[in-house]
Design a protein around this ligand. Structure first.
Ligand SMILES: [Zn+2]
Length: 706
């Protein structure tokens, strides 16, 4: 799943009390296009006029401006009100929130060493700047005064949400603590971030230090040429003869999938499964114990029962008990399905000469790959001619018109960051401008890998005016050549729909405040609009609209569509049980006070419930589980499956009444897509679906129930 790059919350980006400290050269503001109103169509950024040296002085000037606005707010003699404090804070530093997204967008889509340097210089300024706001006691006193009087204020739902988000933003950072505890919290934060950095360093070292060296060609049996070539190049890079395999995904993955030599598969798998668990200088067990202890300390200091309670407070899932129930419910379906999968896989392996009774983990990928090929003889090369990029885009536009009545008008007069970028004016069913949307689809040296949705302006209201958003999709699809158009794999088609789903969330937004508009929603709700769109890619009615052979015009055959659908559920039982295992492991560490149990003790309890493969002593997941110990997913790993349940359940509402049903589409648009985070996700969802989400649709889609 691709998490979108969100526009940073206005609270962090739009305000500052920071003095200008940098000595970077300053251009007079009049020469700096970033500091002037954008005199362009739809006030889009004038990319043709913006130069990298404009950013730092513009950001500094905008920070000074923001600081003035905050000062005025704090020194206001009038009693704090929602308008003069919460809304004023929301509006402060408008200029900065117009400039910084452009810099960060360019750094992702078309970077240069100069842009990277500018980001490096701007980032600490922006961080310090955010800190200066969140630590401003006089500002917090005013926010708290408004918060304390919230029951007497007659705020609408969106106003209540903005107030709550603003107040909690301070409180969750410790604004209510006494001086001694604030000091303690700062020390804790510092230590926590150090521990995560060390965790990552150990992981990296463990991954890089291991190498499987092969000198006998016969030991490469089963490996396709591209894997052999990669391994040969790796050996050469190290000044070695033969072939070298590593624990990096592009080397490790194919080796486990294809190598006939079971002993060597075991060797490589074992090294991978022992990362951070070798009892040496890169061991992560002590770091885990400390992280879990200090996170708990921080959470309890801030008034929460556990770290998971702290993390989940502003999420749709709300609390660890709900997450636990969610995981265990999934497991009750996934475990029997996983056992069925394993039986099928074992039977198949035996038919291929596997002579033992029990499949091991280092056999799993190997036999899965073979079985998959045998069951669904379909691959990217067969499908790609049906997915010419332009055809897929036409299909996507047609679908959007059918669902929401939107139309697309290509614009050639809007400046972009690269000539390949296509720009559209998106118009709603009443003929009003909805958004400007940019599609940037081919890899370039300055573009980072992957696919994402971002934007340089969020929808919001300004002086009664509806300010429409500027939304961007960036992907890395195969570039066309002189003789061949850009042909997508099926996964890329899904990616294109996915990112456009995020874009629709931003474009259809109708909210007053930027902090709660568009994709600024609860963390476990943000993938609903995007994954929801992926569902359409498996519907024959939709595919037949656009999946036509680029040479012959032939519509994609029905049995191809059937195979796409069937193969996407291949071994879904084992896959889901695995996801539940990781979700429960995360909860075991973060959903209760630290128990002092070892990694092995914690994991074996979870594995008892979830595992179908035999456990291998001396291996563990947690010491390399960077998502929860070094990334942003602590107490949040469940959200992968949570989002799947949501998108399948939402799509089921369409399937019940026809996938293009205008009333269901209208309800999805009005209750979900246009609302952003202006009300709690569970409330919005209930309004759309008439009830809470249920896992049945996801289970059915994955073939886990009949
Ligand atoms: Zn996404």
């Amino acid at each position: 799943m691709t998490k979108p790059v969100l526009l940073a919350g206005a609270l962090l980006l739009t305000n500052s009390l920071l003095a200008q400290t940098s000595t970077a050269p300053k251009l007079p503001p009049m020469d700096n296009p970033l500091l002037q109103p954008f005199a362009t169509p739809f006030q889009t950024p004038p990319y043709d006029k913006i130069k990298v040296e404009h950013f730092l002085p513009a950001i500094q000037s905008a920070m000074t401006e923001g600081r003035r606005e905050i000062d005025a707010l704090v020194n206001n003699a009038a009693k704090p009100t929602f308008e003069n404090t919460i809304v004023a804070l929301e509006r402060a530093g408008e200029q900065l929130s117009r400039i910084t997204p452009i810099l960060f967008h360019l750094n992702g889509a078309e970077t240069t060493p100069e842009i990277q340097k500018t980001v490096k210089e701007a980032s600490p300024l922006l961080t310090e700047y955010g800190n200066d706001i969140s630590l401003n006691e006089n500002l917090f006193a005013r926010v708290k005064a408004v918060w304390d009087s919230r029951d007497k204020l007659k705020l609408d739902a969106e106003g209540k949400m903005l107030l709550e988000k603003t107040y909690k933003g301070f409180a969750r950072n410790g604004a209510n603590l006494n001086e001694a505890d604030k000091e303690k919290l700062r020390a804790l934060n510092k230590e926590l971030s150090q521990l995560s950095i060390s965790f990552n360093e150990h992981n990296l070292a463990e991954t890089n230090e291991f190498a499987l060296e092969i000198t006998e060609e016969k030991e490469l049996a089963g490996l396709p040429d591209f894997v052999r070539e990669g391994a040969k190049a790796e050996a050469k890079k190290r000044g070695k003869e033969g072939w070298v395999f590593t624990l990096q995904a592009p080397s490790y993955g194919p080796f486990l999938q294809y190598a006939d030599n079971r002993e060597l598969r075991y060797k490589l798998w074992l090294a991978f499964a022992k990362r951070g668990f070798n009892g040496d200088k890169n061991d992560n067990q002590t770091i885990i114990a400390n992280l879990v202890k200090l996170r708990h300390e921080k959470a309890t200091m801030l008034g929460y029962k556990t770290w998971a309670d702290y993390v989940l407070e502003d999420r749709m899932a709300e609390n660890p008990q709900k997450v636990r129930d969610f995981e265990l419910n999934l497991l009750s379906y996934a475990k029997p399905a996983a056992e069925r999968d394993l039986k099928e896989l074992t039977t198949y392996a035996k038919s291929q000469g596997f002579s033992e009774n029990v499949l091991q983990r280092w056999d799993a990928a190997y036999y899965s790959e073979k079985l998959k090929k045998e069951k669904y003889a379909i691959n990217d090369e067969v499908l790609k001619p049906y997915f010419k990029l332009e055809n897929v885009l036409d299909g996507l536009f047609l679908l959007t018109t059918k669902l929401y009545g939107l139309t697309f008008k290509e614009r050639k007069d809007i400046s972009t960051w690269h000539p390949e970028v296509k720009t559209y004016e998106i118009i709603d069913e009443k003929g009003h401008l909805l958004a400007i949307w940019y599609g940037d689809y081919f890899p370039r040296p300055g573009k980072r890998a992957g696919a994402w949705n971002t934007g340089t302006r969020s929808q919001h209201f300004e002086g009664g005016q509806d300010v429409r958003p500027h939304v961007i999709n960036v992907c890395n699809f195969t570039r066309p050549t002189e003789t061949m158009p850009s042909l997508l794999t099926f996964r890329e088609v899904e990616t294109l729909f996915h990112e456009f789903g995020h874009a629709l969330h931003a474009m259809l937004s109708h909210a007053k405040y930027e902090t709660v508009s568009g994709t600024s929603v609860a963390w476990d709700f943000v993938e609903l609009p995007s994954q929801f769109m992926e569902n359409f890619c498996q519907e024959p009615e939709v595919l037949k609209m656009f999946a036509k052979h680029y040479q012959t015009g032939e519509v994609i055959p029905s049995d191809y569509i059937e195979k796409i659908r069937a193969s996407s559920n291949f071994l879904a039982g084992i896959g889901t049980a695995r996801q539940v295992n990781l979700g429960l492991t995360d909860l075991a560490w973060h959903g209760q006070a630290p128990t002092g149990e070892s990694v092995s003790e914690v994991e074996s309890k979870v594995a008892e419930q979830t595992e179908v493969y035999p456990l291998v002593p001396g291996t563990a997941v947690s010491p390399a589980f960077a998502h929860i110990f070094a990334g942003g997913y602590s107490a949040g790993y469940y959200s992968y499956m949570w989002s799947e349940v949501l998108d399948a359940d939402a799509f089921d509402a369409f399937k019940e009444k026809g996938i293009f049903n205008p009333e269901v589409a209208k309800s999805f648009r009005e209750n979900i897509l246009s609302k952003g985070g202006s009300e709690k996700a569970e409330v919005l969802y209930r309004r759309f679906r008439g009830r809470d989400p249920k896992p049945e649709a996801m289970l059915r889609r994955a073939g886990l129930v009949q």
